[in-house]
Structure formats: C-alpha cells, structure tokens
Ligand binder design. Sequence first.
Ligand code: CA
Length: 227
Amino acid sequence: MEKPTILLVEDETDILQLVDHNLKLADFHVLTAQDGYEALSLAKKHLPQLVILDLMLPGLDGFEVCKELKRSPTTKNIPVLMLTARGEEVDRIVGLELGADDYVVKPFSPRELVLRVRAILRRFSPEESAVTRWQRNGLSVDYESHRVTVDNQEIILTATEFRLLAELIRNLGKVLTRDQLLDKVWGYQFDGYARTVDTHIRRLRQKLGPYAEWIETVRGVGYRFRD
Ligand code: CA
C-alpha cells in the first residue's frame, strides 16, 4: 500500500523537524513548507492526503492558506489540521469559517499529533455505501458527491459538517451523545471536545436554514435527527 502523503507547514524549524521525524517514523510520506505560498504551491502540485498547517506563518498565514485550499476545487477535500498556540482564536478555527477540520494546540506531543493524523485520515477515507442519496422535503444529501441542497440551492458544508449530518441522518430518530458523535465523526474522544460538537451543530443548523430544527437537541444527552 502506498504511504499517505502529508504536507507539513511550519515556520519554526525545531517543530518542523520534530514533527517531520515523527511522521516519517509513523510511515508517512512528508512534504514540508515553511511559508504560506510554498504551502499552497506544494498542495496544488502534490494533492496530499492531509495538510498540517501552522496558524502563524510569515507572508500568507494559516488562515489565508486554509481559505485558499478550501476555495480551490482541486484541494477543497483535503483535510486540514491546524496547529495553534494556546489562545489563538481557537473558536474561529473550530467554528470553521476556515473549513479547518481539526486543530492541535501547541505545545503538543508528537505522539498525540500522529494519533490525530491517523484519526483524520481514517474518517476521510472513502467508505463503500449502498445508499448514495437521501432526500426529505427540500433537503437532499448526496453521499457520493457530498452535495447537499436546501430547496434546490446547494449549500457548502465543510467535510466535517457533512460527516456530522450524514451520521445524524444514518441514525434517524435516535439520540447520539456528543461522545458518540466525536467517536464516529471525528474518530476520537478527548476531554473538553464536547463543545466542538456543539459548535459544529450550530454551524450546520445555520446552513440548513428552514430544516435547522430537524436536528433536535436532547437536553443533557446529545442530538437527534427528527424521524
Ligand atoms: Ca509559526
């Protein structure tokens, strides 16, 4: 099997080398960039399976790089894992104005980062599914193309939002706890991540417009897609 390619973008040489080394030990093929422009050009040229992106970069910062990756049709499905210093606008990252799929706060252990990378790659690997499309009233979800339309208007979901919606619909009428959603959609459970689920649900509801209320909050438990 071919090694997955990871693009690692980090301007601090020490961190770059440490992470590069650990990813290679974990059997990944690693490309490295130390500024935003180089990152974009490598991403477009090599289409890696994942981008690890430092937020604070010289020239074009991580926010801009992420936005550009998610804007371009060739790179928009590449998952992005943000590296951020504590307190650096985590809400904006998780809130996914940027479309980042996950984040890790510095300082992190290389082991945790590798686990996180594996989890993301697992949840983004294509799954075979017999059902390719789901529709009710004006909401339609195409599992193959990842297109979601609301009253015939396509809405743009991030990869994580799409997986969240798909998971809720797969379990119509059944309550899923935040931990279950973290496990199924994010591929891991960590303390303090429950809020991440809430943030994504809020974002998803905004995008679903008139169908927002089909995602029901079950107080003290989790969420349910109305059957
Ligand atoms: Ca930096």
